[in-house]
Design a protein around this ligand. Structure first.
Ligand code: UDX
Length: 451
């Protein structure tokens, strides 16, 4: 099929390359000429495992090209909307101006019979609002949310655990599954559908809500366990063991119950805020008022890490050297949007602490936002002379640090005066280090919600 993908960020660029790999003829469109030029050369504008090879392969195959010109979408049978819906500058709501602009730019090039498939995460009601502009061109609008996780974007796009199609239910006399839109999407996703991937055909509003409620649920799960971490901290309980124990109940499940510095990124934080704002617009603020609490618990975990560092440094907070391990919002990503790790580093720096920050992939993005921080690319170098080590993104190379070797590094050139803490303190903001091993090696280990 001929496909256009409007918006070539994380979602769009990966979706475009994945669709080309299925065998479709794909054009990726974005208003950013620099991004388009890079993608056209087969160079990914962000770090995502497996994406470089996929992109290069598909560009070389001739099935995938990129442009800033919407006219090149004219031949497409299906147009995917994959633009961002960031948090608005002046509040909690989602900024849908990019979605509106994408539809306005597409409308004049839509062929009758074409399908516009929205993938962006939008406030419920958006599809109904946009449909008239699409339908005026004789095309139809579906909402087809995407559930990809950064770090697993390629896999999640090509092997999703479900497909959701939201179609216009206001058209009388047809079974949703048999609608032409559903059949066209089945053709687009033929190998995925053929594999027996569950597929849910529903209305626009449900499809829009599936996405935001999935993210709200995941955020709730994380904040729930982080709230338990707060209780554990005051009572001497161990939240990791607690999570293991409750997670064995199949109704609860162990996944997304990792306590730590909390969630960040370009989705969960802004999606729960946008959901709250949309519910208030609908006069239903009370229904999801709990999401404000979820957000608050999440932000308190960052305060907790900052407090642990200040406590470790004691009265001479300006003299110790603090190494922050991690800047990305999660491992295997260079994304620093709403990153708890970067936030902790910036807050400590703002409090006059000597912070040295490192990350395998995210330094460039972090520096662009916060040039005031001291960045050291090499982990060993970043750890040299550290009085306090704070692990805030669980990259494999940090998880696998050897406590004895790290202690030797930290002791190297460290101030030996008694005014900074010795033994050095390690604050495990993701509960991924082995407390027994680190303590045995001579560290003062502090976890999150662990004794
Ligand atoms: C999320 C959703 O998972 C995905 O389905 C949706 O399409 C987009 O938003 P992503 O933002 O890539 O994906 O990250 P995710 O893996 O969900 O992690 C979000 C944050 O939660 C990260 O900061 C992560 O460190 C944190 N997290 C996750 C925890 O703190 N504890 C956990 O147990 C799991």
């Amino acid at each position: 099929m001929r496909i256009s993908v409007v918006g070539c960020g994380y979602l769009g660029a990966v979706h475009a390359a994945a669709m080309a790999s299925i065998g479709h003829d794909v054009v990726g469109i974005d208003v950013d000429p620099e991004k388009i030029a890079r993608l056209g050369r087969g160079e990914p504008p962000f770090h995502e495992p497996g994406f470089d090879a996929l992109l290069r392969e598909q560009v070389e195959s001739g099935r995938l090209r990129f442009t800033t010109d919407f006219a090149e979408a004219r031949a497409a049978d299906v147009h995917f909307l994959a633009v961002g819906t960031p948090q608005a500058r002046d509040g909690r709501a989602a900024d849908v101006s990019y979605v509106n602009a994408a539809v306005a730019s597409l409308a004049p090039v839509l062929r009758p019979g074409a399908v516009v498939a929205g993938k962006s995460t939008v406030p419920v009601g958006t599809a109904a609002r946009l449909a008239p502009a699409v339908e005026a061109a004789g095309a139809t609008l579906v909402w087809n949310p995407e559930f990809l996780r950064e770090g697993f974007a390629v896999q999640d796009t090509l092997e999703p655990d479900r497909l959701v199609y939201g179609i216009n239910h206001a058209v009388d006399g047809r079974a949703p599954e048999e609608s032409p839109e559903a059949r066209i999407l089945d053709e687009v996703y033929a190998p995925i559908v053929g594999r027996g991937t569950p597929r849910i055909v529903t209305d626009w509003a449900t499809a829009e809500l599936v996405k935001v409620s999935a993210n709200a649920f995941l955020a709730t799960k994380i904040s729930f366990i982080n709230a338990m971490a707060e209780i554990a901290e005051a009572t001497g309980a161990d939240v990791t063991t607690l999570a293991d124990a409750i997670g064995m109940d199949a109704r609860i499940g162990r996944r997304f119950l990792n306590a730590g510095v909390g969630f960040g990124g370009g989705c969960l934080p802004k999606d729960i805020r946008a959901f709250g704002a949309r519910a208030e617009e609908l006069g239903l603020g009370a229904s999801v008022a709990f999401l404000k609490e979820i957000d608050a618990i999440n932000m308190r975990r960052r305060d907790r890490v900052v407090d642990l560092v200040l406590y470790a440094l004691g009265p001479r907070r300006h003299e110790g050297r603090v190494t922050v391990l991690g800047l990305a919002f999660k491992p295997d990503s260079d994304d620093v949007r709403d990153s708890p790790a970067l936030d902790v580093a910036v807050r400590l720096k703002g409090l006059g602490v000597h912070v040295v920050a490192t990350d395998p992939e995210a330094i460039e993005n972090a520096r662009a936002r916060h040039p005031q921080l001291e960045y050291v690319a090499d982990t060993q170098e970043a750890l040299a002379g550290a009085d306090v080590v704070v692990l805030v993104t669980e990259w494999r190379e940090f998880r696998e640090l050897d406590p004895a070797a790290t202690l030797a590094l930290a002791s190297d050139g460290a101030s030996t005066e008694s005014d900074v803490p010795r033994p050095p303190v390690v604050i495990d903001g993701r509960n991924v280090l082995d407390p027994v091993a680190w303590r045995a090696a001579g560290w003062d280990y502090r976890g999150m919600g662990r004794p």
